[in-house]
Write a protein that binds this ligand. Structure first.
Ligand code: ACM
Length: 368
């Protein structure tokens, strides 16, 4: 949502390698911007990568800046990022978020939206934050369009997993759309949740036929999980537990614990005091594998992920402040024996951090 230019991504790959983090999940599309060149659909970036103004801060006291915000990665940029990552043993997993979080794409190609509900030609790239009702229309045209997007994405990203988003897709336009309702009837589906599930399944099958695997946010469990899909459990542990018990693979990234854009202390002193308070110690004590899972179920937890959304982080310094030092604690958690010993020793970790802060200083990290 605030674009991080290529040099910032390369720098983060160096920081990740220094902490032995081996997967970068790149969220490339959202209501507020489309950030990857797709050659057959040039308007995705010509129109979709810029918004007319931007917002700083959080909901209670936003500041507007009345100048355009945007940017995108060319296909050459992406190839450079992927190669730079591979040299550091890091896999880059791209996310193209569907069918929600798609207003930037609809602003570029209005026929992708629910044209029988609203005038999608009047939409622009969204300039504020939140959950957006302007979602993709569940039409054959939309499926073909995104197959075209994914064809180019697969050429750029060799990763086994391809993330299709799937989060926060309000269903109000589908409820009002006669085209969507006809599709529900024609497919014999129960409701709009099953319609989303049908949409996700389409890409599950499509990706599997090309030797890849679909991963999506835990909303893809609603309406029935596609057969090969893996789940990023973000709204808590529950989605991941459900998926693991069903024999499905999971990446644990619950927002209550490891959303690093969220505040690091209570009170109003944090630059943008949003979300759950999670201190360095809290992150150090995070346990990605719920004790309720059996050993066999727990094997479906492929790993854990810390998310850093950038609507409140307008530049690299703000990203550093939110990510560090907590990302160092997270890396240790990710590579610890699981389940963690009951006495995961924070005092020892803090003593080791004294040396690590000097490394972060030398690397120019603007940590908290
Ligand atoms: C998410 O944070 N909406 C996945």
């Amino acid at each position: 949502r605030h674009f991080m230019p290529k040099d910032g991504v390369l720098r983060y790959l160096d920081l990740m390698a220094a902490h032995k983090l081996n997967v970068l999940h790149l969220h490339l599309t959202d209501d507020q911007g489309w950030r990857i060149e797709i050659r057959r659909y040039p308007k995705l970036t010509e129109t979709g990568s810029w918004r007319s103004r931007t917002k700083f801060g959080h909901r209670a006291s936003p500041l507007w800046e009345d100048k355009p915000h945007g940017g995108y990665y060319t296909q050459d940029d992406i190839r450079e990022i992927v190669a730079y990552a591979a040299e550091r043993h890091i896999t880059v997993v791209p996310e193209i978020d569907v069918p929600g979080h798609s207003q930037a794409a609809i602003a570029a190609y209005p026929e992708l939206g629910n044209t029988d509900v609203i005038d999608t030609t009047a939409l622009s790239v969204w300039d504020t934050w939140g959950i957006n009702s302007n979602v993709l229309a569940p039409t054959d045209n939309t499926l073909r369009f995104y197959e075209g997007v994914f064809e180019e994405v697969l050429e750029m990203f060799p990763s086994r997993f391809i993330h299709i988003g799937g989060d926060e897709c309000p269903k109000d336009q589908w409820q009002k759309s006669s085209a969507a309702q006809e599709r529900i009837a024609e497919l014999g589906l129960a409701d709009e949740d099953q319609l989303q599930s049908w949409f996700v399944r389409h890409f599950d099958t499509w990706l599997a036929a090309r030797g890849r695997r679909l991963i999506g946010w835990d909303e893809i469990l609603q309406g029935g999980l596609a057969p090969g899909a893996a789940v990023s459990s973000w709204r808590g542990f529950e989605g991941g537990v459900t998926a693991a018990r069903a024999g499905r693979d999971v990446v644990m990234c619950p927002e209550q614990h490891v959303y690093l854009d969220h505040r690091q202390a209570p009170g109003d002193d944090e630059p943008v005091p949003i979300g759950f308070v999670r201190t360095l110690e809290d992150v150090y004590r995070f346990e990605p594998v719920p004790a309720a899972l059996t050993e066999a179920e727990a094997r479906h937890v492929l790993g854990t992920q810390a998310n850093v959304w950038t609507e409140a982080l307008e530049d690299a310094g703000r990203v550093d402040y939110q990510a560090f030092p907590r990302l160092a604690a997270f890396a240790e958690v990710a590579w610890s024996r699981l389940p963690a010993p009951a006495d995961r020793d924070f005092a020892r970790f803090e003593r080791r951090m004294a040396a690590h802060y000097r490394r972060l200083d030398a690397l120019g990290v603007a940590y908290r």
